[in-house]
Design a protein. Sequence first.
Length: 120
Amino acid sequence: MHNEFRVETQTTGRLTTLTVTGELDLVSSPVLERELEKAYSLDADWILLDLRRLAFMDSTGLHLLVKAQQRAEEAGRRLAVTRGGEQVQRLLDLTGVADLVRIVESPKQLLEADRAPDGP
């Protein structure tokens, strides 16, 4: 099966968004890991993994998200993810990873919540 995995990176102001498309697994995770490493060095407060176009994620991808959360903190950045598709979100919920990372519906929601006086 051909996995058309892609990561598109865009930085706007304080936010770097990595839009992930395809299947995040053992084969594709090094691509995302390289892009994340680049994002940690950018001058943005937030790194957002946009998972809305992610069709599938296995335990390798799950491990990468946990590692990304730790690396972002080490780099002085904050990490958030958009809510993924049904399979992706179920995996995050069942494993407890959903409790470790900030999950938002969209990049706009993240920025609005961050600007709010009572925002996390």
